[in-house]
Design a protein around this ligand. Sequence first.
Ligand code: C5P
Length: 219
Amino acid sequence: MTAASLAGLRILVSAGPTYEDIDPARFLGNRSSGKMGFAIAAEAAQRGAEVVLVAGPVHLPDPANVRRVNVRSAAQMHAAVLAGLPCDVYIGAAAVADFTPRSCSPGKIKKQPGQDTLVLELVQTRDILAEVAAHPQRPRLVVGFAAETDNVAGYARGKLQRKQLDLICANQVGVAGCGFESDDNALLVIDAHTERALGPAPKGALAGQLLDLIAERLL
Ligand code: C5P
């Protein structure tokens, strides 16, 4: 089977972690490598789509024929993604921080003599995916990711409904050979009616299979 062409479609992808600054030297981050989102962006561009990739801090080269917008924090990713609308498809593959420090200390936080604990106050970030799905310029297809350690399908299905998504790609983290830093992955792609298991496979091959499912729904 030849890969479905995506020519004429505008696809917005977010990828990688976000870094939430605590002070000039420290931040809260996560283990997302960005590889899955970059593979999706590369494959979509190769199939003729016009692709914008909003990338958190990762060490990955620019995929060919993709417009890359680099960001650091969840707030910056929120602004860059919303600036990328309108589009036909939004794929939120980034691991966006759910919480960020209420304020970033202007100077490096010093430990005080006898200090055993440090309390950081965190506030919730805005949910980019849910906002895109509820936006007046809602893309035709909104696709989320859910990294879970347990009850993978159950939690993902809850997010599909709560965030009003068309598709959610669930993957188990914390198992060897899959997920965050790995070159391979396995996804359970869930919509309102069906569940499809993709992989385990290299992230590039998986990106192609996911884009086939997306194309089926659009073309
Ligand atoms: O709720 P949870 O963070 O597990 O959902 C994961 C999905 O939601 C991913 O697609 C992620 O990109 C998106 N997300 C977001 N903005 C947030 C938190 C998560 O877009 N603040």
